[in-house]
Ligand binder design. Sequence first.
Ligand code: MRU
Length: 366
Amino acid sequence: MQVNGKDYHTIWVKETDTETIQIIDQRFLPFEFKIVDLKTPENIYTAIKEMWLRGAPLIGVAAAYGMYLGLLQIRSENEFENKIENLAAYLKSSRPTAVNLRFAIDLILQQIKNERSIDKKIKIAFDTANQLKEKEIENCRKIGEFGLPLIEEISKTKKGDVVNILTHCNAGWLACVDYGTATAPIYLAHQKGIKIHVWVDETRPRNQGARLTAFELEQEGILHTVIADNTGGLLMQKGLVDMVIVGSDRTSANGDVANKIGTYLKALAAYDNKIPFYVALPLSTIDWDINDGVKEIPIEQRDEDEVKYVEGWDGSKITKVRIMPENSPVANYGFDITPAKYVTALITEKGICRANKEDLGKLRSI
Ligand code: MRU
């Protein structure tokens, strides 16, 4: 997608040095556009943990490149046996909720396991990471195609009047490699000339909605309005929301959806107001080993400073201010779980399905 009229992915191999991975450093958006070089698995670990990059599909692709960079440091087959499990465990520990991390690392382990030569393992890891990147782009493109008719249908019902879509956090291209998950149908609808308007939840504590989703939509010229997190319920009661589309960090095999904290409350409000609540996700975000997402999906708890302080632009630089008493305790849960019964449907790269074990299983086997 575009930044200042130029096409970007969120992550790529440096053109002049295949041992360097480059990313858009999301800590500075929307105020400053910075690209950062990542050269070691430790760099990748930090970039994921400290959220220089974030969003489930992007975390997965970054971790795959992290495995490649780690393999570059392993010089013999003996060393490989000792180090590879540690490398995988280390990268997996960078963030706990987004299952794409595990998916991508296990994919690399699987692909390299039958090859003895280190050089060949490195080449396989590099190719696999590149292929995963391309696959996630393609997944998002298809999610867009499957999701588009849902917007078209509402537009038709409203006789071409504006379709109001509410989204939470950033499940846009910045959370993926390109297009985004929740935003893919939105971008396609916009390209097709369907009138749309997006309500963007600010998404405290880190404000990924206000900072990243609003930035993306603005760059693409899509009508949008940023709202404080608690506004969605009122808008739904007033008939100002036609549909909700969010992403997911991990969805269990029975269709329970982990996504950024606050998603569950929007799903409840949508359910109460009979507004369709869609979750757009690639199948790499489904945890087939978990059958009860509410009980079993691990929820990340992050540093209390993310709640205690707010970060913004003071006119010349990014600055942080404390917004509460210094010594009040803080809890900072990163994600919540929306039970499957509140999800109207899942939009995946293989099609749309109900959020239940049977329908998801059918989709998996296509
Ligand atoms: O903590 P973050 O910013 O990584 O959380 C991201 C989200 O919750 C997204 O909605 C999710 O990863 C979907 S990604 C397309």
